[in-house]
Write a protein that binds this ligand. Sequence first.
Ligand code: NAD
Ligand code: ZN
Length: 381
Amino acid sequence: MQRLQISVPAQPFKYEILVGRGILSAAGREIRRRLGRQVQRLALISNKKVSNLYGPLVVESLEASGFQISSWLMGDGERYKSLKTVETALQFLSEHGIERTDGLVGLGGGVTGDLAGFAAAMYLRGISFVQIPTTLVSQVDASIGGKVGVNLSSGKNRAGAFHQPDVVIADLETLKTLPARELTAGWCECIKQGAIGSRKLFKQTVDYLSQTEGERMAVSSQLEHLIAAHGAFKASIVRADVRESPERTDPRSRRILNFGHTVGHALEELTGYRRFRHGEAVGWGMLLAGELSKNLGLLDQSELELLRAGIRLCGPLPAAEDIDVDAILSAVTRDKKRARGQVQWVLLERIGRPRMVNGKEIDVNSLRTSIRDILQKRNDE
Ligand SMILES: NC(=O)c1ccc[n+]([C@@H]2O[C@H](COP(=O)([O-])OP(=O)(O)OC[C@H]3O[C@@H](n4cnc5c(N)ncnc54)[C@H](O)[C@@H]3O)[C@@H](O)[C@H]2O)c1
Ligand SMILES: [Zn+2]
């Protein structure tokens, strides 16, 4: 047997996240700047709804910068984030003669971005990729960090790759057409990032939400700063742990981004992905993770109150009271973010200070009590 030693230098990457108002019209220029003169063609993946709203503006801008555009529209909704859709997308790229030196642009929310990014990662073993996120969830979270992929029938995001975008262009104007529930879901993810990131980011988010009720999407420089701060936070976590190392359990590992997601995913699964927007389920998941943190003696009551008030500001969450506690418990233990058979909980020591706790250190009765208390408390509010 021969043993060859091949060393591959770690691939550094660097890209800009552009956050601004009315910047879709500058997309072509920015992408050209980033991809260079040799790129001639771009495939654009979006869905009908988003394309009707913003497609013409984006295509016009891209064409003005000399790109030839081939557009393909995928179905709208989580169920289209599938291998079947990716296959159709890859076929489209192939039939339209997209080459290794061309690029792909994803225009839409996290579903479109995850799917388009996965297609870009696979097509000819990887072509340039640009994210133009148009939902709050995708602007502050999904478009940053290079996780791309699709769902399998066995669970969400089970097949995927790491494929970093070359540039992310987040135009705040697009948020104005988002339905209220999509905003609630996005704000929940912002509260999550604040809760695990820093007191400053948490406070900035809560202040914004409490000061702007009713006109949150009136695009202002305050909103611009807030979205940029969230993008910067996500980027800082990704930079320090690009591939989400399963060994890491420190407060800056990429896995802390799963705060609220253990129970969130369970609720989504138990309701067939129909009742909750993902971020709304994370809202419930954070309430539970906060309660559990308090019951385990990690988190003070006053900090828990801050978290609860922050989540309340995001908007109403769909009912969860009717969901069986034991069903939640067993769904939790099936969660894919396990390591060596154990659920890894992201809990809180205080706002801005997460702590990873192995499921085996948590007594199932305190877990059951915490879940019951949370569902009960919301009922009483
Ligand atoms: N890759 C990551 O790191 C990461 C992180 C978080 C979430 N995600 C994924 O993101 C997905 C959720 O993303 P999402 O919340 O953006 O959902 P989504 O992409 O389904 O978008 C929500 C809805 O809003 C519509 N929409 C999009 N932009 C709009 C606009 N500007 N105006 C009006 N309607 C608009 C969409 O067509 C859709 O109906 C999930 O699949 C999740 O797994 C990925
Ligand atoms: Zn999430």
